[in-house]
Ligand binder design. Structure first.
Ligand code: CTP
Length: 402
């Protein structure tokens, strides 16, 4: 999955021959899962039509400060466009536009949007080799690099027939450049995160088990969030029907508490952050019948023994990991959670109270409080599990040494 999935990209097109390549660039951004709006300089419409770009971007193209229909004149709000964008990409960026960007000249909508944009701005110069080599262009590019991101021009055959530097980077290179730049700045880049999720099943016989209602959703959302923040993720998942797709996530499926324990400790020593979101069985049958247990008169006693506490074992053998546990409580919630935090040697615990509506097993929402090692409590409102995962990582990022 591309890091651009769900991101809003404003593509600024200026009047260079390379503008014809923006049709392909828009398609690549859309393919990566981004949402695109295009702003064109009026002169760029001679090189690629607004109809092409609006069709491919599935959005109207903006190029003038106001638009007229039979009844109205509609103002194209450059501030709104600038605020809408997560990223702005000016490609091709002509010598003329580069110079105006440097000097804050606003004689078209694209330049007004550029000056209003609060997001990172990338620019891909495109011009003939002599213009590209000119001292003014070199100086303008150097100035623009302070605060913006240069997507370097390539060398090759130019529209003039000359061969040299000044070709706009190819659309594939532009997309890869933006993706890599975003990835390199993600807060968990280079970090390894271990997450346990879902229930465990403790076998009674070949067809029966002791389990619980955990759906695994919270742990899976945490895994996705960690991966989207740039981490390499090991997701140790108990039996559940969820699927997850992200190139940075390695999923290890386990069934019992013992299998989960063994998998966790294959990875634990090498990770930076570990989150125990699984609802691990506290007890398991002393023996598992090899054949299906047949129905008989009277009761069927099943003797249970305690499982190993995975999280407590992680806490006891912590070397530098930031360790997060969950506490699902029905009464004396804060007190019980604080007890687990200190007993299991955690850096942070996420508390769910079963008294809160919408915080039960299996749902799509959760209501949490976060308690850290200094016993500071942060309370959150009821949210989707996706939003809760994001809140949990923002609390981790405030405290972990990553
Ligand atoms: N946990 C674990 N291994 C276990 C039991 C629990 O890793 N065998 C983890 C859970 O993933 C969770 C935390 O410990 O992060 C709290 O689990 P919970 O069962 O609520 O706590 P317990 O210490 O078992 O206490 P109790 O069941 O008495 O509330």
């Amino acid at each position: 999955m591309s890091v651009l999935k769900g991101k809003k990209i404003l593509l600024g097109v200026t009047a260079g021959i390379a503008a014809y390549k923006t049709a392909h660039l828009v398609r690549l951004f859309i393919k990566a899962g981004a949402e695109i709006q295009v702003v064109m300089t009026p002169a760029s419409k001679d090189f690629v039509t607004p109809l092409t770009l609006s069709t491919l971007s599935k959005n109207p193209v903006h190029s003038v400060f106001y638009e007229k229909n039979e009844e109205n004149e509609l103002w194209n709000n450059h501030v709104d466009l600038g605020l809408w964008a997560d990223y702005m990409v000016v490609a091709p960026a002509t010598a003329n536009t580069l110079s105006k960007m440097v000097h804050g000249i606003v004689d078209n909508l694209l330049l007004a949007v550029y000056l209003s944009a609060k997001c990172p701005v990338y620019f891909a110069p495109a011009m003939d080799l002599d213009m590209f080599k000119h001292a003014s262009t070199t100086e303008n590019i150097e100035k623009l690099e302070q605060g913006n991101h240069l997507i370097p021009a390539g060398t090759g055959e130019l529209a003039s027939g000359l061969v040299g530097e000044g070709r706009m980077a190819e659309p594939e290179e532009i997309v890869a450049f933006v993706e890599n730049d975003i990835l390199s700045k993600l807060p968990l880049k280079g970090q390894k995160v271990l997450i346990t999720a879902g229930p465990t099943y403790e076998a009674i016989d070949p067809v029966r088990f002791i389990g619980n209602h955990s759906s695994g959703k919270m742990g899976f959302e945490l895994a996705l969030q960690a991966a989207n923040l740039g981490a390499t993720v090991y997701l140790i998942a108990g039996p559940c029907s969820l699927s997850i797709q992200h190139s940075a996530i390695t999923r290890i499926d386990v069934t019992s508490a013992e299998e989960m324990f063994n998998s966790v400790f294959e990875y634990y020593t090498n990770v930076d952050i570990a989150i125990a979101a699984a609802a691990v069985a506290d007890y398991t049958p002393v023996t598992t019948a090899q054949q299906k247990i047949k129905k008989k008169e009277g009761n069927l006693p099943i003797e249970l023994k305690a499982t190993k506490d995975i999280l407590a074992t992680m806490g006891a053998s912590k070397n530098n990991q930031f360790l997060v546990g969950f506490a699902l409580e029905t009464n004396n919630e804060v007190e019980n959670a604080k007890g687990k935090l200190s007993r299991k040697n955690l850096d942070m615990i996420v508390l769910n109270s079963l008294k809160d509506k919408g915080a039960a097993f299996g749902g799509d929402t959760n209501k949490i409080s976060v308690i850290d090692a200094s016993n500071k409590i942060v309370e959150y409102t009821l949210k989707s599990k996706e939003a809760v995962a994001s809140d949990i990582f923002s609390e981790i990022l405030k405290r972990a040494d990553v």
